[in-house]
Design a protein around this ligand. Structure first.
Ligand code: FES
Ligand code: FE
Length: 364
């Protein structure tokens, strides 16, 4: 699937830039192949319009902000947050600016320290992370960087409890736990919820971060995939510490996603410095990035296009729900290659279809 060629993805909110970046001046961002410029309007609120002047197509992001308006660097035309051209410095006396002198403007909201943008009439609101508003928790900003892979691959990876042993060899993967001890999946309105338990290694930095001296422990995982490219991964440790990772892979283009990650924890800076939390999660994410950037960004929604095993069930459910979303909006999956087959019905997503019982056995 090529995300820029599926218009329905334009109807979701995505975090595109840290709010504080806008105090440095106008900032460019590409969302689903659409060039945007973001800045702070006269009221200090984030604004986003197409990053192409309607005069001679210069990039507005190379210009400056004046009185809350974005000024084109080429001939100085000025645009409001609504995309209207409100000033043409060279305008002749007795002339007015025609109403069609405008650029596309997009919906903007500020949440979790980011500016979120939705290109067209939103289907749902920004994901609700209730702990982020809870005073017993703190929010730590972690990562904001481009990854050369499809967001769907990252969504599946986060719910794939068979990869830590092989991928997270320097952080938490345990050779004794190739598969989860428990794995339960249920559908939600706009996503899926996965409950799992996984034995993990507890290295030195984590022992300090978690205040747990054991060399091994287990994670109780409550994971929500929120359509289309957000994961909320709530990890609870035996001592009651909750480490909630919120990761959105904002679609830049078909092959690039902007990785946006913050975490929410029920401890304090005095318990564990944010820098140590980030250091451990950095090592974990780099282990994932190395592998995910090697995968094909054109993710097929039809299971028949790749092979599977039992622990892939969350990822298969994700593809099924994305396929249903496209169908509901009368879209056909776009890809680089012509594909054969059709998406299986949920009843066909059985254990036996994706593995033999002798390969893995997981309680459900
Ligand atoms: Fe923008 Fe001329 S290209 S004012
Ligand atoms: Fe991982």
């Amino acid at each position: 699937m090529l995300v820029t060629q599926q218009p329905v993805f334009r109807r979701f909110w995505y975090p595109v830039i840290p709010l504080q970046k806008l105090s440095e001046g106008p900032q460019p961002f590409e969302l689903l192949g659409e060039p945007l410029v973001l800045w702070l309007d006269g009221e200090g609120k984030a604004a986003a319009v197409r990053d192409r002047c309607c005069h001679r197509t210069a990039k507005l992001s190379l210009g400056k902000v004046d009185n809350g308006r974005i000024c084109c660097p080429y001939h100085g035309w000025e645009f409001s947050a609504k995309g209207e051209c409100v000033k043409v410095p060279q305008l002749q006396p007795d002339c007015t600016i025609p109403a069609n002198y405008r650029v596309n403007a997009y919906r903007c909201k500020e949440r979790y320290g980011y500016v979120w943008v939705c290109l067209e009439d939103p289907l749902i609101d920004i994901p609700e992370i209730e702990e982020a508003d809870d005073l017993d928790y703190r929010l730590i900003q972690e990562f904001y960087e481009p990854w050369q892979c499809a967001g769907l691959r990252v969504m599946e990876n986060e719910l794939d409890l068979a990869h830590p042993t092989l991928v997270h060899t320097e952080t938490f993967g345990s050779e004794d736990h190739l598969i989860p001890d428990e794995l339960e999946i249920s559908e939600t309105d706009w996503g899926i919820r996965v409950f799992g338990k996984l034995g993990v290694v507890n290295p030195e930095l984590q022992q300090k971060n978690l205040k747990m001296s054991e060399g091994v422990t287990f994670r109780t995982l409550s994971m929500d995939w929120l359509m289309p490219f957000t994961i909320k991964l709530k990890i609870t440790y035996p001592n009651g510490l909750e480490h909630i990772v919120v990761n959105t892979m904002t679609p830049v283009s078909d092959r690039t996603s902007q990785m946006v990650q913050f975490c929410v924890r029920n401890d304090t800076e005095a318990d564990t410095p944010a820098a140590d939390v980030i250091a451990f999660d950095r090592a974990v994410t780099l282990e994932d990035k190395r592998i995910l950037e090697s995968t094909d960004y054109d993710v097929p929604l039809m299971p028949s296009q790749e092979e599977h095993m039992f622990t892939d069930r969350p990822g298969i459910m994700i593809r099924k729900k994305v396929a249903a979303l496209l169908k509901q909006h009368h879209e056909v999956e776009q890809s680089r290659t012509l594909r054969k087959g059709s998406f299986n019905t949920p009843s066909e997503l059985s254990i036996s279809q994706y593995t033999s019982a002798s390969v893995v056995k997981v309680a459900t």
